[in-house]
Write a protein that binds this ligand. Sequence first.
Ligand code: SAM
Ligand code: SF4
Length: 352
Amino acid sequence: MIENGLLADSHGRVMRDLRVSVTDRCNFRCLYCLPETEAALNFYRGRWANFSNPAPITRNWTSAEKILSFEEIERLVRLAAQLGIDKIRLTGGEPLLRQELEILVGKIARIPGIKDLAMTTNGFLFEKKAKALLDAGLQRVSFSLDSLQRETFQKITGRDGLNEVLRGIELAQQMGFAPVKVNAVIIRGVNDQEIESLAEFGRIHDLCFRFIEFMPLDSGRAWQKDLVVPAREILQKLEARFSLRRIESDNKSETATRWRFADGRGEIGIIAPVSEPFCGHCNRIRLMADGKIRTCLFSAAEHDFRTLLRDGSSDDVLQSELKSVVWQKEDRHHIGEPEFVPPPRTMSCIGG
Ligand code: SAM
Ligand code: SF4
């Protein structure tokens, strides 16, 4: 029996984790997210001969007046926290493009009930903002780093920014953000030959290094199953090179399966939404920069909270709408199944 005051769905799951996208804009053009560079198009072009996916998504950046203000985000987070949300992750787009993000961090850090406040970033601007974010109360940072080779990094992200990201990761560790996680999306034929060296980088630097399967959420609709390197293949490569010990976790809603290196430094995680979905224990919902709530990355429907935030609706109305939306959360995604329909929005809009 689930308590009334919580955000429960009809499948017995209780939401604890709210991902807040603060902008849909980005200073990178990742091949798996916003594949709009010549390098990304060249990569996919060879595979487009038998390309039968829907047309690429035409995306427009959301205009400023449609983006939630910090006060609006704060109010929604406060109301969600009263209903059991205790974990907030700021994301985007690239969250560090949002001006004065530290003000929002400070507001959320002060909300009673929020135990964990993290951010996912591509890291390019991290050095400039790190101190202000730490001082404001940010606790953890996850970086995206898909390659240690300057050229491959540029091919994947569209930006010659490897050094900035590496410096950002080092700084985050020095400043005491802990644990520092680093995410790599692995794509066959792009960076799968770097799986071992990325893991070694994680081991040497004592990071939580996480490998993520490529999901059909890119703006080019270029995802194809044969580009996904499944978790078991990633693990085989890692086990051939390292001595790993599985970390058992009591936290069923964790997205990653985790391993420790036998020599004790660093940690490996593999996030396998495509080959080994973990929907059964999902406790996440997502607030997008324009005030829409999604109950799944792959939801067909979005729920407009911006209107409620701006039309004078009471806290009670907002909370009962939140409960009703969460109750309808999908049981699982359908990637790889014949009836799968990719969502109308891309990962850069939804927030990872
Ligand atoms: N811009 C920030 C960044 O890249 O870290 C935050 C937003 S990004 C959408 C959040 C996460 O989603 C990143 O770790 C990124 O690698 C991941 N991501 C983006 N597109 C993806 C895709 N098609 N499949 C799997 N992961 C994806
Ligand atoms: Fe930008 Fe992050 Fe998407 Fe890359 S993954 S394009 S950094 S939002």
